[in-house]
Design a protein around this ligand. Structure first.
Ligand SMILES: C[S@@+](CC[C@H](N)C(=O)[O-])C[C@H]1O[C@@H](n2cnc3c(N)ncnc32)[C@H](O)[C@@H]1O
Length: 527
């Protein structure tokens, strides 16, 4: 029998948010995974796979689906991944819909099994009235930190984690307040006078009639390098308002599009067609970085399709694209071929190179993969990737013959303690799960900073405040201009926004001296 289609015009689709749940409930294994999570509050894949009688691979597939639908969240606990429903409301709603032992609908049918929840408590213990009494709450609640970036993913924390962070923050606030009121520990050192001058690494080249268009401009690492190498920017596009404001403040005469107007996914590029020599950009690296979840094209931050679309629409003589080296790993080989190099190689001869920041005088270990493409064969044939201009040699080793890259302590002008080395890679987060004023990337990095006697957390907005706010272990507290310098920015580059936002712009950037070397190599082939 044929039923006429109902007329849905004007009827609000209020149940649309339940669609992912409907999809999940249509699959028997996923229903059982959800059952366990409603019943136990949290569970680990190995235990779940055993209980369900499925392989770890099959379970992992189902968990991925549930996570991408926003129903389940996972948190690393040492070598294990704890799985939980994404909210207390969801757990409560599922429990209220049907008893999770399958017998009857309603409350209080099931005993909590997870030793981490109260063994005697029925699932009704997650009712609001009981929550404050639970000594070991197990459910995650989303961070309440206000988001300032459309791609910011607030981190979900357990109540215990949130309490611990709050306590640290309270302690840190009161120590800082005492320091700034002059009643804290006495400052241990004078304001440091850096020895490194990043502008000396990028001697300004006279304008040479070359025009650049900047996409994903961030706080301006690539833009600054290209500018000092003699390129004039016709426009810069950046989604993040604070980062666009940085660039506009540094160059009030530039055409900077920020916020929604800077969203490269929304720009009609036709007016720039055949107008620029080089289009450059570094789409967000978080979808590919080993420090992230490496979700690649499934990550909403993936900007490569928009970059490729812009190059194909603008038809510059050449393009420069940069990212984290992880993008060249086998995991992303097919992605790079299908989304980036495949489409671009129809019109461009492409060279790929791996660059190290210390080879250009930057006192930091940082690797970047850079693709350059030339539309004209003659220019492509003339192209030579940049050669190192500097070299880092640890104290006591024979000099390389190139000018020496300074270590952190020397670059920042700190007293000699008999040890110096390059800074570990500065953390590059901005859209990640947590706002932070730490530049730490890993525990290995923490060990290096300890040897350097530099405190990498709680970076201060300026050197006066860094000096006043003595780190508990007496190590040198960094200020934003110090971090800028370790990334190769002039220390007075006018980063805008809150401290974590300024650090995010720095950590996301291509070190300007590296960008400068790339720009010089492009100019040599184009002119
Ligand atoms: C890796 S950073 C680029 C850093 C920049 N190349 C530099 O050297 O300073 C990527 C930037 O892209 C921005 N972004 C992300 N999605 C964007 C979009 N759709 N349109 C414009 N900018 C975007 C981010 O806010 C971030 O600042």
């Amino acid at each position: 029998m044929h039923l006429p289609s109902p007329d849905l015009d004007g009827l609000p689709d209020g149940l649309a948010p339940l669609a992912p749940l409907g999809e999940a409930l249509a699959d028997g294994t996923r229903r059982r995974v959800l059952t366990i999570l409603v019943r136990d509050g949290r569970a680990y894949p190995s235990v779940m796979a055993r209980e369900l009688g499925v392989s770890r691979t099959a379970l992992s597939h189902h968990l991925n689906e549930l996570r991408s639908n926003g129903l389940v969240v996972s948190t690393r606990e040492g070598r294990r991944q704890r799985q939980e429903l994404s909210s207390l409301e969801l757990r409560r709603a599922l429990h209220d819909l049907v008893s999770v032992d399958g017998s009857t609908a309603g409350h209080g049918q099931l005993q909590a099994q997870d030793p981490l929840t109260r063994a005697e408590s029925p699932i009704g213990s997650i009712s609001p009235a009981d929550e404050p009494h639970d000594p070991r709450p197990v459910l995650l609640v989303p961070s309440r930190i206000a988001s300032t970036h459309p791609h910011h993913e607030p981190r979900a924390l357990t109540a215990e984690q949130r309490a611990a962070f709050r306590q640290i923050a309270r302690l840190s606030r009161s120590t800082k307040a005492a320091a700034l009121a002059g009643t804290g520990a006495r400052p241990l050192h004078e304001v440091n006078q850096p020895a490194l001058r990043p502008v000396d690494l990028m001697p300004e080249t006279p304008r040479r009639g070359l025009q650049a268009l900047s996409l994903f401009s961030g706080g301006g690492g690539l833009d600054l390098g290209f500018h000092r190498a003699g390129f004039a920017h016709v426009a810069s596009f950046e989604l993040l308002q604070d980062a666009a404001a940085t660039l506009q403040k540094a160059h009030p005469d530039w055409q900077v599009f920020g916020g929604a107007a800077g969203d490269v996914g929304e720009v009609d590029w036709r007016s720039w067609r055949d107008q620029v020599d080089v289009l450059h950009g570094g789409p967000p690296c978080q979808p590919f970085s080993v420090a992230g979840r490496q979700r690649g094209q499934l990550d909403p931050r993936d900007g490569w399709p928009a970059f490729v679309r812009a190059v194909r629409a603008v038809r510059p003589l050449a393009f420069v694209a940069e990212n984290v080296p992880a993008l060249t790993s086998r995991k992303f080989a097919a992605y790079v071929e299908q989304v980036i190099t495949g489409p671009l190689s129809r019109d461009y001869t492409i060279t790929r190179m791996l660059l190290r920041s210390e080879d250009f005088g930057v006192p930091q270990t940082r690797r970047r993969v850079v693709w350059v493409g030339f539309r004209r064969r003659r220019q492509a044939a003339r192209y030579t990737p940049p050669s190192p201009t500097h070299a880092w040699t640890p104290p006591g080793e024979p000099p390389s013959g190139l000018p020496r890259t300074m270590g952190v302590r020397e670059a920042l002008g700190l007293p000699d303690i008999g040890f110096d080395c390059l800074s570990p890679t500065i953390r590059s987060t901005l859209t990640g799960p947590r706002h932070t004023t730490s530049i730490l990337n890993s525990t290995a990095a923490q060990r290096v900073f300890e040897r350097l006697q530099v405190w990498p957390n709680g970076v201060a907005p300026d050197r006066e405040r860094a000096r006043a706010f003595v780190a508990a272990n007496g190590h040198f507290r960094l200020a934003v201009p110090d971090v800028a310098l370790l990334q190769g920015f002039p220390e007075d580059w006018p980063f805008q926004g809150a401290t974590y936002m300024q650090l995010g712009q720095i950590g996301n950037a291509v070190p300007p001296p590296m960008a400068y070397a790339v720009a010089q190599s492009m100019a040599a082939a184009l002119t």
